[in-house]
Design a protein around this ligand. Structure first.
Ligand code: ADP
Ligand code: SF4
Length: 696
């Protein structure tokens, strides 16, 4: 199909200093969890974006010096020449697809603890970044940088920039955002210096100016020099000389970088979850930058719609459409627009499971795109898949939740005759209910994309309203059966030592499944949440908004405590406060008599009674694998019917988040009928030549 001329502007080349981006699609720096220890996985992951049409593909944060060590979070290094090879693997791979490669050089300053290098960290005036934040808390304060430290920092940036050029990068960054060292110089609360780097804003930007200058010097006009900067706080600060300190700063540095990469200041605002924040949320903060500088500007906004992207260009907000999450969810997003296939874009749902991978220090995972991070290790390409050896034989997939849908789609693409049977009239499994909870409507993209892709496959037949049992399946006699029948919530409680203490089987005890099925709840309602992800708080908010009197109880210290991994935690608390839901943390439900629950404090014997007519326990889930078990009990009857394999995928195998179910369904779809040799699982290793040769 031809490209829609409305989108032509997205395919215009953009000059960035001495280099030219082939189009306006810019995969911005973002954490991938793949450090220098996984260079081949990392190169293949980024090369796939270049293959998919992103004109610029960047690294995540790359430390310029051992005094910036973010362990245990996964950061890359360019500390010496030994690190060059590891990065060159990526630049070569990206260049093979005609894209530019960018590198985000980084120093964490007072935000890092240098837990591995054990070098005391440093900041402008000895103040730590986020010192009250438990995850970042350390027990050593940063030291105050002196003028020698500043000279050494500039030298480290210069050397790293020179190495970046040698590694083949086209765009080299100075990173002044998110609380990292150069950013700490901007704010007087962190920068109380009385030398030339403190005081008025023109002094507070001096370090960044000098970092940009040494970077220009090091790359000698061969690479573009980009400034990545957080503007949220600065935009909120008054300036005597301009509408805000952000305006003043951009005026001061307007043409020093070749490219402005503009963003927000903290995870929850910069990489905001869709549950609380819509697409394009950065615009009110960054919309002025282009009016001051004549250098190109890139910014993000979880853009997945080409019309929204064109709008950003036409309205003069951005020159380059930056993307982290949309490029993870669909590395081929630009190519699909180029081909006039924008309806095939697998849109990011804004769940931030990808961010949780960084917090977990593991290679990036994505709810929408199960192939991300597996391009090299498992040889999974997001758009291509080999035909199965026994293609054309029939596979029955039982259950059309995220796992069953993804599995049926993958099997269909491999050429199987697929029958997808779903007990309910509507497809989607858990999504049917969950996408109706406050803020979760974008998650329906998981279903929409798969449904629309399945409709294009003539070899996939979907049967709705078909609850199958083992006898019916044997009668159908497909060659393979995949059961993707999901999981159910159980009202299981745990002892203080977290030993399962049996289910609470009294009347008026419910699970999220009961609420989904329309259980009539009497007020007051208590949601007892030790699942700790979104379900407990989303349910409490949903019920409060439906007029119920609801309280929220959790043994954790926060509402939906795991939400810190997905940047959702602050807004989750605000959402429950706005819905007037009282919150009881560090509390366990000890008993419920139909009128009252007794709560016991997690660490003391303190008890409290709360009135309660309906108790909803959001805790454990168990696989719903009765069909699988019944089939396995059939023994030889299966073989006699010609059924050669019966398996489980998704929650029916191991209950987890939607991302786990999609991944499990995909893997089942890829590997069904394949021999072990055809199922690669390669192990990556660092690339360091001198050490490998015995020189280290
Ligand atoms: P997952 O996240 O693993 O995909 P879900 O719970 O979201 O799991 O989806 C499981 C789906 O399987 C649900 O839509 C459910 O209606 C369907 N299902 C469960 N048992 C059967 C069955 N025996 N026959 C057909 N569909 C079933
Ligand atoms: Fe988007 Fe979620 Fe995938 Fe991240 S994990 S890219 S937020 S769909």
């Amino acid at each position: 199909m031809a490209r829609n001329p409305r989108y032509d502007v997205l395919f215009e080349p953009v000059r960035i200093g001495p280099v030219t981006a082939p189009n306006r699609f810019y995969a911005v720096p973002h954490a991938s969890g793949m450090t220098n220890t996984m260079p081949r996985m990392r190169a293949a992951f980024r090369a796939t974006k270049a293959e998919g049409g992103w004109g610029v593909v960047c690294t995540g944060y790359v430390s310029i010096d051992p005094s910036s060590d973010d362990a245990p979070l996964p950061y890359a290094t360019l500390w010496d020449d030994e690190d060059i090879r590891s990065h060159a693997l990526m630049t070569d791979a990206v260049h093979r697809h005609g894209a530019l490669a960018g590198i985000e050089l980084w120093h964490g300053g007072g935000s890092v603890m240098n837990r591995v290098s054990r070098i005391p960290s440093m900041s402008p005036s000895g103040t730590a970044w986020m010192p009250t934040h438990v995850n970042f808390m350390g027990h050593q304060r940063p030291r105050v940088m002196d003028s020698q430290d500043i000279r050494e920092l500039l030298q480290a940036q210069k050397q790293a920039a020179r190495r970046a050029r040698t590694a083949g990068f086209d765009i080299v960054y100075v990173y002044a955002g998110m609380g990292y060292l150069p950013y700490e110089f901007f704010l007087p609360e962190w920068n109380q210096r009385t030398d030339a780097y403190g005081g008025p804003l023109r002094n507070r930007v001096r370090l960044v100016r000098e970092l940009l200058e040494v970077t220009h010097e090091a790359v000698g006009g061969q690479c573009a020099v980009a400034l990545r900067i957080s503007l949220e706080e600065l935009r909120a600060r008054r300036s005597e000389h301009a509408p805000s300190e952000a305006h003043e700063l951009v005026e001061l540095l307007a043409s020093v970088p070749d490219l402005w990469d503009v963003k927000m200041d903290s995870g929850p605002t910069d990489c905001a979850p869709s549950r609380f924040t819509s697409e394009g949320s950065h615009e009110p903060v960054i919309d002025f930058v282009k009016s001051i500088t004549n250098r190109p500007v890139v910014g993000v906004g979880r853009f997945t719609s080409p019309d929204a992207m064109v709008g950003q260009i036409r309205r003069g907000v951005l020159d380059l459409i930056g993307a982290a999450r949309p490029s993870i969810a669909d590395p081929f997003l630009p190519q699909k627009i180029a081909d006039g296939r924008e309806d095939e874009i697998r849109e990011c749902i804004g769940c931030n499971i990808c961010i949780s991978s960084w917090h977990d220090s593991v290679p990036v995972r994505c709810t929408q795109n199960p192939t991300i991070g597996e391009e090299w290790r498992r040889q999974w390409h997001p758009e291509r898949i080999a035909r199965a050896q026994d293609a054309d034989s029939t596979v029955l997939v039982v259950g059309a939740g995220p796992a069953g849908l993804e599995c049926a789609l993958t099997l269909g693409r491999r050429g199987y005759q697929v029958i997808l049977a779903e007990a309910q009239e509507d497809l989607g499994g858990r999504l049917r209910f969950e996408t109706r909870l406050p803020g979760l409507s974008s998650w329906s993209r998981v279903l929409q994309w798969r449904r629309s892709q399945l409709q294009r496959l003539p070899n996939v037949a979907i049967y709705r309203g078909n609850r199958l049992d083992a006898a019916q399946i044997v009668e159908l006699a497909p060659r393979h059966v995949v059961t993707a029948t999901g999981a159910r919530w159980v009202p299981l409680l745990y002892s203080p030592l977290e030993v399962p203490a049996g289910t609470l089987d009294t009347a008026n005890v419910y699970t999220p499944d009961d609420v989904a099925a329309g259980a009539a709840l009497n007020d007051p309602v208590i949601v007892f949440d030790f699942d700790n992800y979104y379900m407990g708080s989303a349910l409490a908010e949903h019920l409060a908004k439906s007029g119920h009197r609801v309280s929220y109880v959790t043994p954790a210290g926060h509402v939906s405590a795991w939400g810190i991994m997905t940047n959702e935690q602050p807004q989750t608390h605000r959402a429950l406060a706005a819905a007037a839901v009282p919150v009881h943390t560090l509390s366990r439900v000890e008993s419920f008599d139909g009128e009252e629950v007794t709560l016991v404090h997690m660490f003391t014997p303190a008890r409290a009674q709360l009135p309660c007519k309906s108790l909803i326990i959001v805790g454990a889930r168990l696989p719903d694998d009765a069909v699988y078990q019944a089939l396995m009990a059939q023994g030889e009857a299966l073989g006699e019917a010609g059924i050669v394999s019966v398996s489980r995928a998704g929650d029916a195998l191991a209950p987890g988040a939607i991302a786990h179910a999609v991944y499990s369904g995909h893997r089942m779809g890829r590997e069904l009928g394949a021999s072990e040799q055809q199922v690669p699982f390669r192990r990556d290793a660092p690339l360091r030549s001198a050490i490998d040769a015995g020189g280290g």
